[in-house]
Design a protein around this ligand. Sequence first.
Ligand SMILES: Cc1cc2nc3c(=O)[nH]c(=O)nc-3n(C[C@H](O)[C@H](O)[C@H](O)COP(=O)(O)O)c2cc1C
Length: 204
Amino acid sequence: MTTTSLPSEPAATGERPADPLRIVVISGSVRNQRMGRAISEWAAFRAAAGGAAELDLIDCADCALPDDADLRPGGGSGSPVAERIDAADAFVLVTPEYNHSYPAALKRLIDWHYREWMFKPATVVSYGVQGGLLATEHLRGVLAELHMVTTRRVVGLRQPWNDLGPAGYTAPDGVDAAFDAAVGELTWWGSLLRTARRERPFAR
Ligand SMILES: Cc1cc2nc3c(=O)[nH]c(=O)nc-3n(C[C@H](O)[C@H](O)[C@H](O)COP(=O)(O)O)c2cc1C
């Protein structure tokens, strides 16, 4: 399994558990000039703070998925990131709002996998002129179809281009706390559902 290197190791505030939850941050924008990568790195760094979870970052821009002509109900084979999605216990989806929804690249990543997503939770960090929450609301319905739980708490970044600098994205007042609250909910679901997947798998 490949693990994308994160900007720097956050200071651990507690003991790393023997069986840490694995959180995968997914960066949904693939534009050359995208700011999604900087926001995703902030999210990964922040979610790793405390040292209780293992983090991975999948950037849709780095995922050369097969041609959609080979897509089938239930996904397809040949995805370079299927194992990394499968290994996840929980997801942070980082998405811009494009025309009141989320980018096609993120939908392709979702559609190319199926059982890898199932019975796992996700939270969303959206961004746009007004926070990009319409992208999040579109994701909720799609994720429900995959037997996923989306946290009630999500984060919407308003005009994050004003908070980008040479060091990346710097969260304005209140955003770190809002993200921590969403991740708190995510890890609660992640831990519960991991136990459920192991001990009481759903009869499909
Ligand atoms: C195709 C396209 C559609 C967009 N539609 C919206 C929109 O509906 N709402 C919004 O707030 N911003 C919209 N924007 C502006 C994006 O929020 C802004 O460009 C943002 O930087 C995109 O994220 P990215 O840089 O990670 O790709 C759109 C941008 C693009 C490229």
